[in-house]
Design a binder for this molecule. Structure first.
Ligand SMILES: O=C(O)[C@@H](CO)OP(=O)(O)O
Length: 213
């Protein structure tokens, strides 16, 4: 057995609450989002983990979630690396649009394809599919996160629905078809213990993922 990596999606953001495509836009957490992060922190405190380092994106909803968790487990001053590689997928021209309005305009199926397919990017030059998101998340994981876990460190990664879907896809060995059914709940920590060959030895979900959509 080597180290432990905890993945957690940020708590509800103002734009999650308003049901808007968010991507690289930078809304803050809502009150509920703060509570969700605090609940995640409590679950990690009860689990009894102390981290060696934390990683987050450069978007405030993930950064604040990361800090709330560190505060909640008594590690407020832990070294934290912020990197754009962990940002949410870029939603291109959909960013800022209401998801129900988009369904009314383009149809339920097309919107679902943009949200959950593996390789269909949302419209707009900068729109990233899950595959495009993985193309920046996976190398970062390989070079900056995984080596620490393999050295035995305990690592926190507070990031986003789709950047974390890209990570869970490789960790859980999901096919491009299976990943379309993967949804991550806000503020629920996923504890991965890795084998020395970087495969997953165990995965524990500290909370309820069933409501995720
Ligand atoms: O809007 C977004 O950036 C993401 C996460 O909230 O949405 P979705 O779940 O539709 O990929």
């Amino acid at each position: 057995m080597s180290g432990t990596m905890v993945l957690v999606r940020h708590g509800q953001s103002e734009w999650n609450k308003k049901n808007l495509f968010t991507g690289w836009k930078d809304p803050d957490l809502t009150e509920l989002g703060i509570e969700e992060a605090e609940t995640g922190a409590k679950a990690l405190k009860d689990y009894g983990i102390k981290f060696d380092i934390a990683f987050t994106s450069v978007l405030v909803r993930a950064e604040k979630t990361c800090q709330i968790i560190l505060d909640g487990i008594g590690q407020s001053d832990l070294e934290t690396i912020h990197d754009q590689a962990l940002n949410e997928r870029n939603y291109g021209d959909l960013a800022g649009l209401n998801k129900d309005d988009a369904r009314a305009k383009w149809g339920e199926e097309q919107v679902h394809i943009w949200r959950r397919s593996y390789d269909v990017p949302p419209p707009g030059d900068d729109g990233e599919s899950l595959k495009d998101t993985g193309a920046r998340v996976w190398p970062y994981y390989m070079t900056d996160i995984l080596p620490r876990v393999l050295r035995g460190q305990k690592v926190l990664v507070a990031a986003h629905g789709n950047s974390l879907r890209a990570m869970v896809m490789i960790l859980d060995r999901l096919s491009t078809q299976e990943v379309t059914g993967l949804n991550l709940a806000t503020g629920v920590p996923m504890v991965y213990k890795l084998n020395p060959d970087s495969t997953v030895a165990s995965k524990e979900v500290l909370g309820d993922m069933s409501g995720a959509h």
